[in-house]
Design a protein around this ligand. Structure first.
Ligand SMILES: Cc1cc2nc3c(=O)[nH]c(=O)nc-3n(C[C@H](O)[C@H](O)[C@H](O)COP(=O)(O)OP(=O)(O)OC[C@H]3O[C@@H](n4cnc5c(N)ncnc54)[C@H](O)[C@@H]3O)c2cc1C
Ligand SMILES: NC(=O)c1ccc[n+]([C@@H]2O[C@H](COP(=O)([O-])OP(=O)(O)OC[C@H]3O[C@@H](n4cnc5c(N)ncnc54)[C@H](OP(=O)(O)O)[C@@H]3O)[C@@H](O)[C@H]2O)c1
Length: 711
């Protein structure tokens, strides 16, 4: 042992070739040096940096980032109106809340700042190198690692680097593309793509053209309208526009009072986040073609779109025959209203040609333009922009020429020690995205841990595991709205192709699928004897003088459950929630749990101040048939009742409702752990309560799913 200290037994890097031998001289699970390269420092790269810093010792991580700044999407997309399409409070890491969001659909700059703060809070800047473009990665079977070529974009010099494990965090919506329109680059005015928007271009008094009606265009149109003289919008197909007002969630600007409440009271904020997340996680059934939610949503949205458009011709062009959600929906804050404004011309059909001074639309008319904005999306083929050569000299471009072949969104056969965050068939449109990325980063860390503590040379998913995963996925997708005939990036921008972007299931489904790696699906190669990790017969505990060598002795069996069912009840906090919201807790004076003080609103001398939870639905809601429709749609989205209800949130000195809730939760958690689950009780609470449609649908769904039937 170096320096004679038992703690310094961890040697520096052990070369892979001699590793198996070296391990036999060391205690079990010796943590050898691990070098990781990540491509990109967007949300994915930053998350990986955070997770590695938290979980590993004896490692090096470099995230090479081509841009001048971090956060990818939210640095690049700065077009007018670019914002989050779900409530920003649930577009955060599960462990890094942000009480200060300005509004429900926070703008891209604010989201960019969130990722900056995340980086600063955890000292992540040491992990990334900006203005460094990865241009090539080649698998080296001898060393069991990747040779990576990088271009320094400041001086153009080439750098080579080597790593044990290569992570692709390059983003699926990162390669923006111009539309294939004749003459596009002959245009003499300002030509811009939304993902490369030039904010210095003043639109005041200008004739502006806008190509597309996808998520970006839906945000751009209402936001350029006040400045532009006229806007001509060119689109060639229908799209669902989800109305927000009174339906999904209105755009809403939080008050200082609300923000301060959440800054002071993390539990109140957590309750709010959980309500939003629970609502979002109820949405998944709408993606199943025949579900009642899909039918409701479709009927309701059709009526609402018609009520704003009020023009039969435009209705025919804009309201799709395909299901809602076939391509990603964006909350259309003000889009339809802008579309029917007097300042907007609509040119429908395939653009014939762009000229020096304008654009000849599908209608054969030439529209003079000063500025042309292309909201025309991205290359979503998943083929990397740089060369990736895996085992046997096969390039990823060749291997994926027919279709991207991922293993559960994180790996692919033939490319050892290569993993992806948001690879093909990830839950990028199934619910909240960031939590799915966390599941991927956790999975990747588990693979890294195995590599670091055993003499693994390489690991890659078996080809047959990938084949079977893809075949399961394709079968599942047949019953989903995503497989309908709409052009969508979920199907690599095709109309009838396979669904290549999304996970076959809900976001919650993905979290459970990824919780435990199925090592049997991985082809694992060792350097030498696979049992070398057993080392010299000593445990690391024995050489750590600070460790308790009898750590397993205890007063009761508090170990993790050994069945998935029971573990699930623990992690999902079964018994703490009803289908309508958290289990209501009354004051629990003298709670025998012993945790915290007796709790009630009366327990402090002064009465608590009261702050209202934000009310997202306008107080002057719709009436008559529209009210019915909006309630149907709210139901289909799983929001409305639960999110919009005005509630008085007690706050102020002495009040400790969250501890009350925690105490109750702990009790329920214990009941669940002891096998006396309150799940049945939760169901009863739901069924015995208010019987509105939302609840009936939820109950029906739960019953349906519990029978083991596929929806
Ligand atoms: C306009 C827009 C709005 C969106 N809105 C939402 C939303 O509201 N909700 C939601 O859930 N999702 C949204 N998304 C999806 C969004 O992309 C993801 O939520 C998430 O930000 C992806 O993070 P990422 O790090 O995986 O990818 P990115 O953010 O794309 O980051 C990838 C990074 O890798 C870098 N990179 C790529 N190639 C190389 C290379 N060869 N060398 C070096 N660096 C490289 C890029 O420069 C980039 O910084 C939106 C996407 C777009 C385009
Ligand atoms: N937070 C948000 O709200 C938000 C905002 C923007 C983007 N996003 C994410 O980014 C994804 C991509 O969105 P996006 O709007 O940038 O791209 P997109 O959804 O792929 O839409 C591209 C649009 O450009 C049109 N188009 C492409 N080529 C064309 C051509 N040659 N001629 C005419 N029209 C053409 C498409 O028309 P066709 O449909 O007819 O092909 C479509 O309307 C979204 O699905 C979403 O996941 C989210």
């Amino acid at each position: 042992m170096a320096n004679g200290s038992v703690l310094s037994y961890v040697p520096e890097a052990v070369p892979a070739a001699t590793e198996a031998h070296a391990r036999t001289t060391l205690p079990i699970h010796h943590e050898r040096h691990l070098k990781v390269i990540c491509i990109g420092a967007g949300a994915s790269g930053l998350l990986l940096a955070y997770k590695m810093q938290r979980n590993f010792e004896n490692y090096e991580l470099v995230c090479y980032e081509k841009n001048d700044d971090i956060s990818g999407t939210w640095y690049e997309n700065r077009y007018p109106g670019c914002a989050c399409d779900i409530a920003a409070h649930i577009y955060t890491w599960s462990f890094e809340p942000n009480p200060s969001w300005s509004s429900v659909y926070a703008g891209s700059e604010e989201i960019h700042n969130y990722f900056h703060r995340f980086s600063k809070n955890h000292g992540l800047s040491k992990f990334y190198k900006l203005r460094h473009l990865v241009t090539q990665a080649i698998w080296d079977a001898t060393t069991g690692g990747w040779d990576v070529e990088i271009t320094n974009l400041v001086d153009g010099s080439k750098i080579t680097d080597h790593c044990d494990i290569l992570i692709n965090g390059a983003g699926v919506l990162n390669t923006w593309k111009w539309p294939e329109v004749p003459g596009l680059h002959n245009f003499k005015g300002n030509l811009m793509h939304t993902a490369n928007y030039d904010k210095s271009v003043d639109l005041k008094g200008k004739n502006v053209g806008l190509i597309g009606n996808g998520s970006s265009a839906i945000q751009v149109l209402p936001n350029i309208l006040p400045d532009a003289k006229r806007v001509t919008t060119f689109f060639r197909g229908p799209t669902w526009v989800s109305p927000v007002k009174n339906v999904v969630m209105d755009q809403y600007f939080y008050t200082d009072e609300e923000r301060h409440l959440w800054e002071r009271d993390a539990d109140a904020h957590l309750r709010y986040r959980k309500k939003l997340e629970n609502s979002l996680n109820k949405v998944f059934p709408m993606f199943l073609l025949k579900s009642e939610r899909q039918q409701d949503l479709r009927a309701g949205m059709t009526e609402i779109m018609k009520s704003i458009i009020k023009d039969e011709e435009l209705e025919k062009k804009l309201i799709p025959s395909w299901a809602v959600g076939c391509r990603r929906m964006t909350p259309g804050v003000g889009y339809l209203e802008a579309l029917v404004s007097d300042k907007v011309d609509i040119s429908y059909g395939t653009i014939q040609q762009v000229t020096e001074g304008g654009c000849i639309g599908g209608d054969g008319k030439e529209y003079p333009l000063d500025v042309l904005i292309c909201a025309t999306g991205f290359d979503t083929s998943y083929l990397p922009r740089f060369t990736v050569i895996g085992a046997d000299g096969v390039s990823l471009r060749e291997a994926w020429a027919k279709e991207p072949r991922s293993y559960m969104g994180v790996g692919t056969n033939g490319f050892p020690n290569y993993m992806m965050i948001t690879g093909p068939n990830s839950p990028i449109g199934n619910g909240a995205v960031l939590v799915g990325m966390e599941a991927q980063a956790d999975y990747i860390c588990k693979m890294m841990d195995r590599w670091q503590t055993e003499n693994i040379h390489s690991f890659s998913p078996k080809a047959e595991a990938v084949d079977e995963f893809l075949s399961y996925k394709d079968a599942f997708m047949k019953d989903t709205v995503w497989q309908q005939e709409c052009r969508s990036w979920y199907k690599s921008n095709s109309i009838t192709g396979k669904v290549t972007a999304l996970w076959p299931g809900s976001s919650l489904h993905y979290l459970e699928a990824m919780m435990e790696p199925r090592y049997e699906d991985w082809d694992i190669k060792y350097s030498g004897n696979r049992f070398s990790f057993l080392g010299n017969g000593f445990s690391q505990t024995e050489v750590d003088p600070t460790a308790d060598r009898g750590y397993y002795l205890r007063n009761e069996d508090d170990g993790q459950y050994l069945s998935r069912g029971k573990r699930r009840k623990v992690f999902s906090k079964a018994g703490t929630w009803t289908l309508d919201g958290p289990v209501e807790t009354v004051s629990v004076k003298g709670d025998s749990n012993g945790a915290g003080s007796p709790i009630s609103t009366e327990s402090s001398g002064s009465p608590p101040a009261e702050v209202e939870e934000p009310n997202f639905q306008s107080s002057t809601g719709p009436s008559g048939y529209l009210a019915n429709l909006t309630s149907h749609i709210s139901t289909a989205f799983g929001v409305g009742n639960s999110v919009s209800s005005k509630r008085r949130l007690p706050t102020g000195s002495g009040f400790n409702a969250s501890s009350a809730r925690d105490a109750k939760s702990r009790k329920r958690g214990e009941a669940a752990r002891s096998g006396n689950s309150q799940w049945e009780g939760v169901k009863e609470a739901g069924a015995g309560g208010k019987k509105d449609k939302d609840e009936l649908i939820d109950n029906a769904l739960v019953e349906y799913l519990r029978k083991g039937t596929r929806v």
